[in-house]
Design a protein around this ligand. Structure first.
Ligand code: SF4
Length: 343
């Protein structure tokens, strides 16, 4: 269980931009990515962010998001904007989700709101509520239709695949589009990926369009700070696309999806003019998720993740300190800034 939860709002002094795990992420396209919380209801064995183990969790006040999203829309242009809600955790644990969606739709230029979820908390009444606030699409991570394997992968012995698939079918009857997004773990769910493809093909032959139900198979990637499935040899991107190509032929379905398939296109990026290796003065405002991480503030809009190198660990004595940190990562492709200390 996490030690504490930090709430971000207008008075918290923690900006919305700059962090990878909470807030708003801009990747220089028409998509604005929101991460409203870091809590999850399961503990997948492959979770690339190790959700469920954070020492500190974070939740954002829905009204706080608005000013940041408005700033980005002003920068990007008020047309064809997609809001993609994709927390390092499970979105249906966010009690203010419906309010957030209502508020977002009031902003000019938003045409799509998509949400990433593991789907396990879906119920018929939640689906109705999501429909009533005009959710455009749910991206649901389903890696297998086999209950035992699903339970193993999710680390959750109550994982009920039948109930989840019933809810997927209810979604197909609603105005909400569905994108099934399995991760392909080579040697673990090879046949399961084909089962999922067959399911999507079957739904399409029943009359659902390729917008009603989409399929986005993802490559298993291993991250340093993530949990890892045992005994899996990561495959190359070349191998992955070759396998997708084979399956495309076998099932006569498009599986290699790119930005165009989701109407993603370049737009101005919100960024701060700093480069890797530079020294930057920040004020430490909060702990991070881990004991070797904290949040530094550059200005009203931008925070940075500060990695504390051994033997330094976070303690509240750091709070409020003005400290110089060194930039580890800051690119022209996104708004995330990672720094470290001591250097
Ligand atoms: S992979 Fe997603 S659903 Fe699974 S533990 Fe991580 S955040 Fe939660």
């Amino acid at each position: 269980m996490a030690e504490k939860i930090i709430y971000l709002n207008q008075d918290s002094g923690i900006p919305l931009f700059g962090l990878d795990f909470i807030g708003i992420i801009d990747r220089g396209t028409n998509i604005i990515e929101l991460k409203p919380l870091t809590l999850c209801n399961i503990k997948c064995r492959y979770c690339f962010v190790s959700a469920g183990e954070f020492r500190t969790n974070f939740i954002i006040d829905p009204t706080y998001f608005l000013e940041g999203v408005r700033t980005l829309i002003d920068l990007k242009g008020a047309y064809d904007i997609e809001i993609h809600i994709a927390p390092y955790g499970e979105i249906f644990l966010y009690k203010d989700l419906l309010m957030l969606l209502d508020l977002l739709w009031q902003l000019e230029g938003i045409t799509t709101i998509s949400i990433q979820t593991n789907g396990l908390l879906l119920t018929p009444s939640l689906i109705k509520s999501l429909e009533s606030v005009n959710v455009t699409r749910l991206n649901i991570s389903i890696n297998t239709l086999n209950e035992k394997l699903a339970q193993y992968l999710s680390g959750c012995e109550n994982y009920d695949i039948n109930s989840l698939m019933k809810n997927v079918k209810l979604l197909l009857e609603s105005n909400i589009d569905v994108l099934i997004a399995p991760v392909w773990f080579p040697g673990v769910n090879d046949e399961d990926i084909e089962d999922i493809i067959s399911f999507v093909v079957e739904m399409r032959t029943m009359g659902y369009s390729n917008l009603d139900i989409q399929l986005g198979i993802q490559k298993y990637l291993i991250y340093r700070t993530g949990r890892k499935l045992k005994k899996i040899r990561p495959k190359t991107w070349g191998y992955f696309y070759q396998q997708l190509g084979n399956l495309e032929e076998r099932y006569d379905i498009k599986l290699k999806l790119g930005p165009h398939d989701f109407n993603i296109h370049d737009r101005p990026l919100y960024s701060i003019d700093i480069n890797e290796g530079e020294i930057l003065p920040v004020t430490i405002k909060a702990p991070g998720r881990w004991k070797n991480e904290c949040i530094g503030v550059i200005n009203e809009l931008s925070a940075v993740k500060v990695l504390l190198n051994s033997p330094l660990e976070y303690s509240d004595t750091l709070l409020g300190k003005n400290i110089n940190v060194k930039i580890l990562k800051s690119t022209q492709y996104d708004s995330i800034i990672t720094t470290y200390l001591p250097y």
